[in-house]
Design a protein around this ligand. Structure first.
Ligand SMILES: [Zn+2]
Length: 347
């Protein structure tokens, strides 16, 4: 089969690799129908996150079950399924608590020795604990497939940030980051009943999506000017809930600074650049909570899927380009250069 392989910084190739097969009785093999490139893949692409040359890449995919191990009971050959960006056993203490990302049997697609999502097929460990079945009639509906693919990471991550930021009906929310996760954070905040949603971003194509997702205000400024602009929009108080979806010191500093006293920051941007953005003194004096982290997407997919299927939310507009498998390296380039927001791979 063919799959995307990372050989080093800026060196993404599509190559022939060994076929995905059932190795353990709890495995399934999924033939990928739709996958995508994540903003977090760019950290590896840019060489900031280290990878062994030859590692697979990609952690968001949906597809059709092609084979199952003897112990798999929740999915059958032919089922349309989506995978969260981490696999998990579904039965341990952490999985039962909804923190599947801490599963001792869990792991990340594309880690050394495992298949990545940006390939023709994927061996799925712990298929019962990992995969979520999708309605068969969704096959062929490209918009719906795109919306459901977003559940594997960006929509679930935006939702996690909104929960960590304690979004609730009637509050003011600010979203730092105009990537796919930030935009999904807007959609999640709207879904949870936020009244005012301030999106920070300067790319019109992206802030237009933010507005379509429910943003009531857009702040194009950065740094101190952004902080002042958010305060201006919130009676000088700041936002009850702040979603941080970038992962830099600057974005974290901005997020904490625009939180209202007694408010909360939900951070889901993968941290790169240390923790200097976290001003404990400011958090103490103003009672600002900071929570979040890697999103247990598996815990959220069933609930969010129901809302995708009944039309309550549609995250599909975050995908603004579709490529075939052979054009994946071009897709990385486009996202790195920010000429594409999020690239979907159709097989
Ligand atoms: Zn577990």
């Amino acid at each position: 089969m063919r799959a995307t392989v990372i050989h080093g910084p800026n060196d993404i190739r599509v190559e022939e690799v060994p076929d995905a097969t059932v190795r353990n009785p709890t495995d399934a093999v999924v033939r990928v129908v739709s996958a995508c490139i994540c903003g977090s893949d760019l950290w590896a692409y840019r060489g900031v996150a280290k990878r062994e040359p030859g590692q697979r890449i990609g952690h968001e995919f949906l597809g059709v079950v092609e084979a199952t191990g003897a112990d798999v009971t929740s999915v059958r050959v032919g089922d349309l399924v989506v995978a969260p960006f981490v696999w998990s056993d579904g039965v341990c203490d952490f999985c039962r608590e909804g923190l599947h990302t801490s599963c001792p049997h869990g792991g990340f697609w594309g880690s050394a020795g495992s298949d990545g999502g940006q390939g023709e097929a994927v061996r799925v460990p712990y298929a019962d604990g990992t995969l979520v079945r999708l309605p068969a009639e969704a096959a062929g509906d490209e918009r719906l497939l795109a919306a459901m693919l977003a559940l594997s990471d960006v929509m679930s991550t935006g939702h996690h940030a909104a929960l960590a930021a304690r979004v609730r009906p009637g509050v003011t929310v600010a979203v730092v980051g105009d990537g796919a996760v930030g935009l999904c954070g807007v959609l999640a905040a709207k879904r949870l009943g936020a009244e005012q949603i301030i999106a920070l971003g300067r790319h019109t194509a992206r802030t237009d999506i933010a507005r379509a997702f429910g943003a009531t205000d857009v702040v194009a400024e950065r740094g101190e000017a952004a902080i002042a602009a958010v305060r201006e929009l919130t009676k000088g108080q700041g936002a009850h809930a702040v979603i941080e979806a970038v992962g830099t010191e600057q974005s974290m500093r901005t997020a904490i600074s625009i939180a209202r006293d007694g408010g909360a920051v939900g951070y889901v941007g993968v941290p790169h650049g240390g923790s200097a953005g976290v001003d404990i003194g400011q958090m103490f004096g103003r009672n600002v909570a900071v929570g979040g982290g890697v999103a247990p997407a598996r815990a959220y997919i069933p609930e969010l899927l129901a809302d995708v299927l009944d039309g309550t939310i549609d995250p599909s507009p975050v995908f603004d380009r579709v490529v075939g498998l052979d054009e994946v390296p071009e897709g990385y380039r486009a996202m790195d250069e920010r000429t594409a927001l999020k690239v979907r791979i159709a097989f």
